[in-house]
Design a protein around this ligand. Structure first.
Ligand SMILES: [Zn+2]
Length: 240
């Protein structure tokens, strides 16, 4: 039979090969995601710090504005006192009336000012809890960042070790492929990793979903390695 002269490979080798590739994809993903997760956490902490600084500055500004209004109130109160003194020493009825009108106007202005100050104080008091909230959020964000960092660092060595171990297993497994098939497979694997291979699912390539001709399928069943004509993946049948 002519088929006996074609290279064959155990189905287990192909399945194992693809399993190792998938595990490597997963591990390399974890390895690369770790530092990204740390960076994302650090950016989060920075953003929360900025938010806390913002509410602290806002509170400072609110208090400064109240101080300014209170100073204005005191200045006007002093002015009213001075005017009252002047009232007693008025040189004429006309002058007396001018002082009297001025006192009335200043008293009215201060009454408005007092209302404003009370309103500002209420707003400030309602604003104060925002500081505590922002501090709490910042603390939680920092704690989370620290635990993510610890977790990533604790796993990094394990993940790296696993990658080295699996890459070793992969090399051993690849040696089991017949030479011409191996070369073609290796070129694909170098570029595409686990996408160098695909299961046959319902008669189609599991990678690109193109139908595999029946004769190719039966060749594969007779353990002759074949690549998908459309996407170049090395094909195999999954376990039933
Ligand atoms: Zn394909």
């Amino acid at each position: 039979m002519s088929s006996s002269t074609l290279p064959t490979v155990s189905i287990d080798v192909l399945r194992t090969l693809h399993r190792i590739h998938k595990q490597l994809t997963d591990l390399k993903g974890r390895r690369d995601r770790g530092p990204k997760a740390i960076l994302a956490c650090e950016a989060n902490v920075k953003a929360r710090e900025a938010e806390l600084n913002k509410v602290r500055e806002d509170l400072k500004t609110m208090r400064k504005n109240i101080d300014a209004k209170q100073l204005q109130l005191k200045t006007t109160e002093q002015k009213i006192k001075d005017l009252n003194t002047k009232l007693n020493t008025a040189a004429s009825n006309r002058e007396y009336q001018i002082f009297k009108d001025q006192i009335a106007a200043d008293t009215m202005a201060n009454s408005v000012l007092e209302d404003e100050i009370i309103e500002m104080m209420d707003k400030t008091e309602a604003f104060v809890p925002k500081i505590g909230e922002a501090e709490k959020i910042l603390k939680a964000t920092r704690d989370k960042a620290a635990s993510v960092k610890d977790e990533v660092q604790a796993q990094a060595d394990t993940v790296k070790g696993e990658i080295v171990r699996l890459e070793g297993e992969l090399k051993v497994c690849e040696q089991e492929l017949p030479a011409p098939v191996r070369d073609m497979y290796l070129r694909q694997a170098m570029k595409k990793g686990e996408d160098a291979m695909a299961e046959i699912v319902d008669g189609a390539c599991g990678g690109c979903y193109q139908q595999i001709p029946i004769n190719i399928q039966s060749n594969i069943r007779m353990l002759q390695p074949n690549f998908c004509k459309t996407c170049g993946r090395l094909l195999y049948f999954p376990e039933e």
